[in-house]
Design a protein around this ligand. Structure first.
Ligand code: NDP
Length: 263
């Protein structure tokens, strides 16, 4: 029996145990997935091996610490310096990042995405923008304040604040701000958002578990969208493939993981 866990602080709200256990149970994979509250990020590696884990996910606020704890980071994790998935490979801690690819997987049904507007300039926006640029997708970033925009200019994104936003057509608009998560705010002034939404084919939001004022506005305009649950599912499917060493098919993992969203 293999053991997996998610590390975070807080971690009680995480849906990862439900998602992965649903796959293990229904696909008869001998494993169990639990959660571990980790207060001190410097104890990540020691705790991982003490618990004799085969793999783990890492969430807020330890994703950068997880990168430093790894013996080796692979793929996109190496490029962004952020790890959300750990695999025990013969006693070595190998780090991956499935967040950005999980997002791409979640929007696979969106066609011809060449020009994206990201609202917000935090950690999630950084990972997504870097991944989109790798795919030769044009990326613009709109944030309420200036200080975090420098990074995006350096990597080749157009950047705007509300005051100097220049409206154009986008294929996809993504809200990566936490506006509406615990309050009833929109990620930008309503008038500006209405103009933006009237000029995009698709929308995605990273928040899950509730209809934020932003998503309510999107729904009122009948635009095709994905919410944060799709991104959560996407990163989970790719992490599970790594955990089970690709013995299960992506389609089977996705189907069983989706069942846990109904619980
Ligand atoms: P950060 O704190 O790094 O960045 C938040 C960004 O949102 C900043 O640019 C901030 O602007 C902006 N912002 C915050 N509040 C408002 C507001 N009221 N109006 C306008 N802009 C606002 O957060 P993360 O990138 O780490 O996470 C963002 C969200 O993504 C969280 O809600 C998180 O739960 C979610 N998430 C979901 C995942 C999933 O699987 N579905 C995966 C990862 C994250 P400023 O720079 O001015 O402060």
């Amino acid at each position: 029996m293999q053991l997996f866990s998610i590390f975070g602080n807080p971690v009680a709200h995480s849906r990862s145990p439900l998602m992965h256990n649903s796959v293990f149970k229904h696909l008869h994979y001998k494993a169990c997935y639990t959660r571990t509250l980790l207060e001190d990020a410097t104890k990540l590696k020691e705790t991982f091996f003490h618990l004799q884990l085969s793999g783990a996910n890492v969430t807020v606020p330890h994703k950068e610490a997880a990168f430093h704890a790894c013996d080796e980071a692979r793929g996109f994790a190496k490029e962004v310096g952020v790890v959300n998935t750990l695999v025990n490979e013969n006693g070595k801690l190998i780090g991956y990042n499935t967040d950005a690819d999980g997002f791409l997987y979640s929007i696979a049904s969106f066609e011809n995405i060449n020009n994206i507007l990201i609202i917000g300039a935090g950690g999630t926006a950084k990972a997504l923008s870097k991944r989109f640029l790798q795919e030769s997708i044009k990326v613009s970033v709109l944030n309420r304040s200036a200080k975090r925009l420098a990074y995006f200019q350096e990597i080749g994104c157009k950047t705007y604040m509300w005051e100097n936003f220049h409206l154009t057509h986008y294929d996809l608009v993504i809200n990566t701000t936490s506006a509406g998560l615990e309050d009833s705010s929109l990620p930008a002034p309503q008038e500006l958002l209405e103009d933006i939404l009237d000029n995009t084919r698709y929308v995605a939001d990273v928040i899950y578990g509730k209809v934020t004022p932003f998503l309510a506005l999107v729904q009122s305009k009948n635009i095709a969208y994905k919410d944060g649950a799709d991104m959560l599912l996407g990163q989970g499917v790719l992490a599970n493939e790594l955990f089970t060493h690709f013995q299960l098919t992506k389609e089977d993992i996705k189907r069983e993981m989706q069942k846990s969203f109904l619980l």
